[in-house]
Design a protein around this ligand. Sequence first.
Ligand SMILES: NC(=O)c1ccc[n+]([C@@H]2O[C@H](COP(=O)([O-])OP(=O)(O)OC[C@H]3O[C@@H](n4cnc5c(N)ncnc54)[C@H](OP(=O)(O)O)[C@@H]3O)[C@@H](O)[C@H]2O)c1
Length: 321
Amino acid sequence: MLRPLNPEIMTYARLGKTNIMVSRIGLGGYNNDEKGVNAHLNAKADPPAYRKTLQYLVDNGVNLFDTAPDYGTEEDFGLVLGTEENRNKVFIITKVSRLVKDLKTGEPFSRQEMEQEFRNGLSESLRNLRTDYVDMLLLHHLNTKGDDPYHNLGYVGPDFDYFKMAYDVINELIREGLVNFKGFTSHYPDTTRDAVVLPGYATETDVAVVKYTITRHFFQGQEPEIWENEAFPVLTQQDVGVIEMKALLSPHSTMNEKMMKVRNDARAFARMKPFLDQGYTPPQAMIKWALSKKAIHTCIVGMPRIHLAEEDLGPVRPSSA
Ligand SMILES: NC(=O)c1ccc[n+]([C@@H]2O[C@H](COP(=O)([O-])OP(=O)(O)OC[C@H]3O[C@@H](n4cnc5c(N)ncnc54)[C@H](OP(=O)(O)O)[C@@H]3O)[C@@H](O)[C@H]2O)c1
């Protein structure tokens, strides 16, 4: 259980059936994009500044921290969040390999190979994170669509075979006390919906991390209404915790470029305008819009520096509720 919360400085929401109260904004640990236009701000460019930001977030009531083995931030998380002082204040999420088959042979993993892959990955993550358990382990990419064969590998497979196998493996890790909760990340509403109503597995997902963004003009995005109509009702009905990701349209462009995208998309700008009119800045308005949806409990945002975190926490301070 997480304790203590800081309701004077942060708002919290119950993360679905986990029953954990999480801050309405969490830190997204993917911030190692060395090609990004603001690459000087990323986690790798100045690790001490990044770690100071992690501590700033803890001190400001943020208790949700998301990373993955390939984000390059697990060790920073470990150094700050894995300490005796901080570990019981935070909910740490990491992920397991998105591979369900051997890339060299193209052969699907057997149950045994998948288990080995997950156990190896989790051991490494626990070492990096300086902890003996993670609060949640996610399947990285329930499904992705596209031409890149690496990213085409998802857990859906034929008849959700890999998904079932992966959940069965994670259940063992949960029984062993290495993991508390499980779920998946997803870029698509249709497979998200199908996963949470899958016979035999309909009650298995604790949390879904979804790419629900204000404009569809971003990385194979869909109009947000598709999520609202296809996936959110079943997520709510199954009491799945819902975490929104990429509210700020990723670290690949400047905020001005992102605003151009939004302004050129009349529907997206109409979604954002009421929040701009209330005096929120563009990033705050995007966060506020996502959190205005009842199905979404919290969002994870890449906040690699304190000045960005200060701005992004604005809309979730109690004074802004
Ligand atoms: N599982 C998955 O499929 C998956 C995929 C992607 C992401 N995620 C998770 O979701 C999290 C969020 O996604 P993300 O980090 O890619 O993108 P994001 O949260 O949409 O964008 C974060 C970026 O926005 C910029 N930013 C943040 N605050 C700002 C502010 N106040 N003003 C101006 N710019 C600001 C920063 O970019 P600059 O540094 O360039 O300024 C920051 O890196 C990830 O960190 C990760 O934890 C999961």
